[in-house]
Ligand binder design. Sequence first.
Ligand code: SF4
Length: 156
Amino acid sequence: MYSVRRWSVRHAGGLETFYGAFERVFVALDPVWKWLGYDRVEKPVAVLEKVVKGFLFDCQMCGQCALSSTGMSCSMNCPKNLRNGPCGGVRANGNCEVKPDMRCVWVEAFEGSERMREGKRAIRIVQIAVDRRLQGKSSWLKVARDKSQSQALEKA
Ligand code: SF4
């Protein structure tokens, strides 16, 4: 929902703190995900993620979430799906050239990033091209799997 999406950007700092704690718990649960089977939990977790993030961010379930680097403004709501900043068509009032009634998601992203502890650094991170094979998959589980694997490698 558009108004909720904009609320999330206005509260990007609080959401950053909440997500940090949530992510630590989710990654710590890696042994549980492994025991249950990552593939087996994929569908129910993806459904839950879609409901929660769909409500808060109009999440499009790209499967490779960049919200922490985009001021809690989902860049997949850009009609051009731009992942690394706005196109040249932002209107003088900050709205999108394709959807004139919508604020440019990247104008929102810069505003949201100003409210986050790590936002100003994170928004400068270049995002890799979207991997469409991950569409519809859970970003939460991807983060849990990727981070627990790299933590295990660091310990080895
Ligand atoms: S970046 Fe991807 S996973 Fe994150 S909110 Fe947007 S569509 Fe959803």
